[in-house]
Design a protein around this ligand. Structure first.
Ligand SMILES: CC(C)(COP(=O)(O)OP(=O)(O)OC[C@H]1O[C@@H](n2cnc3c(N)ncnc32)[C@H](O)[C@@H]1OP(=O)(O)O)[C@@H](O)C(=O)NCCC(=O)NCCS
Length: 156
């Protein structure tokens, strides 16, 4: 199994990371389900909306990458709240060509180690209930399921 090395991303790498994250989430994102039911929102399809979401992520979050042999195979993004010593993982993404081989588990651990290095004592994240692979990963990595929620939508 490839052993990942972790470091913060260089902004020059953001375009490549956008592709990695977008392609990784393409099969499971609810943005896409929304398009299937309601069509694009004001002309923006799910990819365009993800690009906007990622603009925000790159501007405001910690961007950690996991690489092997100089190639980025995964990324995790999130924020750290010093007051509550709580880290929040927003995105965890493994290159679609490398999923299912233990990379995601390593990337998750890498992000937790990074949070610890920032003084965080806890971490949380949100995951769609239908994302079986990811939920199984969190369960087997010792996370506790606290609650679950529903996504609602209405056309105005
Ligand atoms: C979810 C994701 C990060 C997991 O990374 P990965 O490299 O594919 O997963 P790993 O090989 O590290 O496997 C970790 C665990 O996930 C589960 N898993 C892996 N492949 C699976 C599959 N095909 N079906 C169900 N569970 C699976 C297993 O519990 C596995 O642990 P195990 O192999 O010790 O049993 C990755 O698949 C991904 O990027 N998916 C798309 C984006 C996403 O869903 N991100 C998380 C959103 S919260």
């Amino acid at each position: 199994m490839e052993k990942l090395r972790f470091r913060l991303a260089d902004p020059a790498e953001y375009p490549a990371l956008r592709n990695l994250i977008l392609e990784s989430f393409a099969p499971i994102t609810w943005f896409r389900q929304l398009d299937e039911q309601f069509g694009p929102l004001n002309g923006l399809d799910w990819r365009a909306r993800w690009q906007r979401r990622l603009d925000d992520v790159f501007r405001t979050q910690i961007i950690l990458v996991g690489e092997s042999g100089g190639v980025i195979l995964a990324a995790a993004t999130g924020t750290a709240d010093v007051a509550s010593s709580l880290g929040f993982i927003d995105l965890l993404a493994v290159d679609i060509r490398h999923q299912g081989g233990g990379i995601g588990r390593q990337m998750l651990e890498g992000m937790l180690a990074h949070f610890r290095s920032l003084g965080m004592e806890h971490a949380n994240l949100e995951c769609l209930s239908g994302n079986e692979r990811a939920n199984r990963l969190y369960l087997s990595a010792g996370w506790t399921l606290v609650t679950s929620s529903h996504k609602w939508f209405i056309r105005l």
